[in-house]
Ligand binder design. Structure first.
Ligand code: ZN
Length: 161
């Protein structure tokens, strides 16, 4: 079984749930992370409510990656300092001030849902998800996208009953 993170429509920049973009929610004393390569502020990519991914878990995973000089800061390397992730507790409720310099925010904020797909790897699960007749897809035209979201919401409600 593979868990995919699925686009679930636009979200408020300070939404408390799992999302990409927007502003990060942090404890009061937390400072915006900087890249160890270029020393610029990193871009906030996503926050994941760990309870959404694994019911019973707690905390908020906050993910950053340097985009000040893409490709030059080894931003995909786990050890060079071009990316970082933090797990916050229940005190992560404050929208952190955004630095004035660097590439720090995504252009839009999106809610993220989770889909459990049969399979053993991401590529196979992604292919099965996109082959679904109503699966939401960012590249789909708006009418089809809306139908996909509505169908997915119905599916979610049925699973909870
Ligand atoms: Zn950098």
């Amino acid at each position: 079984m593979v868990t995919l993170l699925i686009y679930a429509g636009p979200a408020a920049a300070d939404a408390s749930g799992t999302r990409t973009g927007g502003v990060r929610l942090t404890p009061p004393e937390f400072e915006w992370p900087r890249c160890r390569e270029c020393e610029g502020p990193m871009q906030f990519l996503a926050q994941i409510c760990l309870a959404d991914a694994d019911p019973g878990s707690t905390g908020l995973l906050s993910v950053f990656m340097c985009q000040n000089e893409p490709g030059l800061c080894e931003e995909w390397d786990a050890a060079t300092g071009g990316n970082s992730a933090f797990v916050f507790g229940s005190d992560a409720t404050r929208a952190a001030p955004v630095p004035d310099d660097g590439v720090t925010l995504l252009d839009e904020t999106s809610a993220i849902g989770f889909a459990q797909i049969e399979g053993y790897d991401y590529l196979g699960a992604r292919d099965r998800w996109t082959a679904r007749p109503v699966g939401p897809c960012r590249s789909a035209w708006p009418g089809r996208w809306s139908a996909g979201v509505a169908a997915e919401r119905r599916d979610t409600r049925l699973r909870r009953l």
